[in-house]
Design a protein around this ligand. Structure first.
Ligand SMILES: N[C@@H](CCC(=O)N[C@@H](CS)C(=O)NCC(=O)O)C(=O)O
Length: 362
């Protein structure tokens, strides 16, 4: 049995892991996460509904795209998506966090502001592929309610919509300029950071028709990158740029991370601490620990506080902690330059871990 990859074309995180599976030339079979698979495979294995899911040839279940990629990096041969260079790797991990959890805001906004009907049909096509088109649409609309309903929790409201678009366009222009020089974030080989960006930028903002048209127009090189990073075949594995260099053209994007996402993460740490002192006997974290004010493109709005991104932040910090003092000095220079000097001064405490598909206190 090859690997089974349970996923869906419209799913943001499926696109991230699929791009990786294809690049790494992993033998796998994709299984559509229709209602039947959801009920008979996903729910019993995870205890809740989430895609994508990887089932290994020896029948282990792996969920969370980061865990899927790390599992395959460990168990399969071939070139790695983690740069060897300590500073490149730090920047790549930051980009994964930025794509997975911050560009998610733009991905959700554009899907529901400009592609609503398409999305309803796609939800129905995924869950009930056997039904006629209009029934798929009607049931898809019902199935999509939860996702559309999550917008205010992510801080996506009429008040923030213009700022979300402004910051997303700024990101697109910066990434387009980078891609004029390098095919991927750190050279000719895609990195874990590329796959973090691929989630929001492929399944939502490239594949959703109105968003894809906007991407082609505003940032054609980003659309081309999305096709390449998700392409079925990669004749060349490519290489990371030498000398542990972080391209100058990534600095504007890393600055966006520092300006926009870092304060959210700082607040989330404070909220985690509060949640832990309010719930001293609970080890499993809820999806939301509280609510806070966040700022996007200078506009303030209420938003839920999610502890999960702190697990990803912890990965960034653990990597930094593993560096020698000389390497730390080079990493510090980059962090200072992008306005993220605080990043290593805000440990995730208490530490988090993922166990049995749950986010827990370590
Ligand atoms: N961090 C997870 C996120 C996965 C995720 O949010 N998947 C979405 C579809 S793209 C989902 O299944 N959501 C169901 C839910 O949130 O209840 C990962 O990387 O796998």
């Amino acid at each position: 049995m090859p690997y089974q990859f349970i996923a869906a074309p419209l799913s943001l995180y499926s696109g991230k892991a699929r791009g990786y599976l294809r690049w790494k030339n992993i033998p796998y079979r994709e299984v559509l996460s229709n209602r039947n698979v959801y009920e008979s495979v996903i729910l019993p294995r995870l205890g809740y509904g989430m895609v994508p899911v990887l089932i290994t040839p020896d029948d282990q279940t792996v969920q969370d795209t980061t865990d899927i990629i790390d599992y395959l990096e460990k168990h399969e041969d071939g070139p790695s998506v983690y740069p060897q260079g300590p500073v490149q790797k730090l920047a790549a991990l930051i980009m994964e966090l930025f794509g997975d959890e911050w560009l998610l805001i733009a991905a959700m906004h554009y899907r529901w502001a400009y592609n609503e009907d398409f999305a309803y049909q796609e939800f129905g096509n995924t869950a009930f592929p056997e039904l006629p088109k209009d029934e798929r649409y009607a049931l898809g609309k019902k199935a999509a309610e939860k996702f559309k309903g999550s917008l205010p929790f992510l801080g996506i409201t009429p008040k923030t919509a213009p700022a979300i678009e402004k910051t997303y366009e700024e990101f697109l222009r910066a990434f387009d300029a980078h891609l004029a020089v390098h095919p991927f974030l750190f050279g000719t080989r895609p990195s874990i950071g590329d796959y973090g960006l691929l989630g929001p930028l492929y399944a939502h903002n490239y594949r959703d028709p109105a968003s894809g048209a906007m991407m082609e127009k505003t940032a054609p090189r980003v659309a081309d990158w999305a096709r390449r990073a998700h392409a079925p075949q990669h004749p060349l594995t490519g290489d990371f740029i030498g000398n542990d260099m972080v391209p100058e053209t990534l600095v504007p994007i890393l600055k966006m991370f520092a300006r926009e996402q870092l304060p959210i993460l700082q607040d989330s740490i404070a909220d985690l601490k509060k949640w832990v002192s309010d719930n001293p006997d609970t080890l499993e974290l809820p999806r939301i620990t509280g609510f806070h004010k966040y700022t996007i493109g200078g506009v303030e709005e209420d938003r839920a506080v999610f502890p999960y991104p702190l697990w990803m932040l912890q990965r960034v910090q653990d990597h930094y902690d593993s560096l020698s003092s000389a390497e730390k000095a080079t990493a510090d220079a980059l962090l200072k330059r992008i306005g993220a000097a605080d990043l290593m001064d805000m440990p995730v405490q208490p530490r988090l871990m993922r166990k049995d598909f749950k986010l827990m206190l370590a």
